[in-house]
Write a protein that binds this ligand. Structure first.
Ligand SMILES: [Zn+2]
Length: 393
């Protein structure tokens, strides 16, 4: 059946002033996180006839999801969420092309990002939200980010170069405990990880902690949010142990379907406004906070930060420069990067090397004007920094 056959289906929405069903049917939207909010957004966009929906989620349906993740039923328990949702959405509107990706979004084929017109982040954790924000900004594509906890939900629309991104006010908006967890910098020993896990009631042999350390997993935070492909590199028994730990550490925040449907409805409307390019209204600015307990909507003004390390003009156009003393070692350079750019976990790449903390820049033969690349979980691509030798910054 051709798409044109379905126009009668959309007859009522086409009466909305400025509505362009052709634009809706040509659009492609990626929904990252098919939980409570993701289900709502996906349902809305499928019903309204968005041409291509790309669903990304690396989790499976559990019984405790069924009180709010409205695309799933009992028979979906154990199935990947993205796949179960895709089946349901195709039943709701067979004119929509729905794709399911049972993966960590950070491991998707980048061509999928290029083919996406609008990203919708419906994730329950900051590390991946931040990564997605950076990816959208670097690809110069709009992002609608929606999240909730208990009776409170919030929403932010990021139009790269025009509105604030999630990182512009990350220091204030990201919960302190997430910031601190990320900042547990890397001068740690495997025994520290064993201790931290013990404090959470999880016993792990030192040998497992050592293996994890070698794979770059040094904190509970790393364990919670490490990419799935890291697991694939581990020995089978360590991998099983990590899966079990991750299962026990899974964030289980209070969540309500009624709040999810409220914020999911608003998120879908914002996606549609972006697709329409202004004819049904301009995308929302600032941060919208809905507090269900008081029934209050609050709009927090958010200005774009010109020096934001993700969306700032100089980062996007000229890159970042940094003055360094060649006698400095890599550890102190990392510290400087962490402090001046607010990146808590920088890893430095220079030429073909990943630099070790104790090396000095002089030993490495770093020349004035050389570029180093900073890898961090906060960014999609490494951040290039031009080094200016000799100066004190
Ligand atoms: Zn920004």
């Amino acid at each position: 059946m051709g798409r044109g056959d379905g126009l009668e289906r959309y007859e009522r929405q086409m009466r909305v002033e400025g509505w362009r069903q052709d634009l809706v049917m040509e659009s492609s939207v990626m929904i990252v996180g098919v939980g409570a909010i993701g289900c709502e957004v996906a349902k809305n966009l499928a019903l309204m006839g968005v041409g291509r929906l790309i669903l990304v989620d690396n989790d499976v349906v559990e019984l405790s999801n069924l009180s709010r993740q409205m695309l799933f039923t009992d028979k979906d328990i154990g199935r990947p969420k993205a796949e179960a949702a895709a089946i349901r959405l195709r039943e709701m509107n067979s004119h929509v092309e729905v794709e399911a990706h049972y993966r960590d979004v950070r491991e998707l084929d980048p061509t999928l990002f290029e083919e996406t017109q609008v990203f919708c982040s419906c994730l329950d954790n900051w590390p991946v939200r931040r990564w997605l924000n950076s990816m959208a900004v670097e690809m110069d594509k709009p992002l609608v980010d929606a999240a909730m906890e208990g009776l409170v939900a919030n929403l932010q629309v990021v139009i790269p170069g025009r509105t604030a991104c999630l990182e512009c006010h990350g220091e204030e908006l990201v919960p302190r405990e997430v910031q601190l967890a990320e900042c547990t910098l890397r001068r740690r020993k495997p025994a520290d990880l064993v201790e931290d896990l013990k404090a959470q009631g999880i016993e792990v042999p030192l040998s497992v902690a050592e293996t994890l350390f070698n794979a770059g997993v040094k904190t509970i935070f790393d364990l919670k949010y490490s990419q799935a492909d890291l697991l694939e590199k581990l020995e089978r028994d360590v991998r099983e142990a990590v899966r079990e730990i991750q299962e026990r550490l899974k964030p289980r925040m209070p969540a309500l379907q009624s709040i999810a449907s409220t914020i999911g409805g608003i998120a879908a409307t914002e996606v549609l406004k972006i697709i329409h390019g202004g004819s049904i209204g301009k995308p929302m600015r600032g941060l919208l906070v809905y507090d269900g307990s008081s029934g209050r909507f609050t709009r927090v003004r958010l200005d774009r930060m010109p020096d934001c390390f993700v969306c700032g003009d100089h980062v996007r156009e000229e890159g970042v420069s940094m003055s360094i003393d060649p006698g400095e070692d890599v550890a102190s350079l990392k510290k400087k990067i962490a402090e001046t750019l607010g990146l808590p976990d920088p890893e430095i790449l220079y030429k073909k090397w990943r630099l070790r903390d104790e090396q000095t820049l002089r030993e490495l033969g770093v020349q004035d004007g050389d570029i180093i690349y900073v890898e961090t979980s906060r960014r999609y691509t490494p951040l290039p920094i031009r080094l200016i030798l000799g100066g004190k910054s």
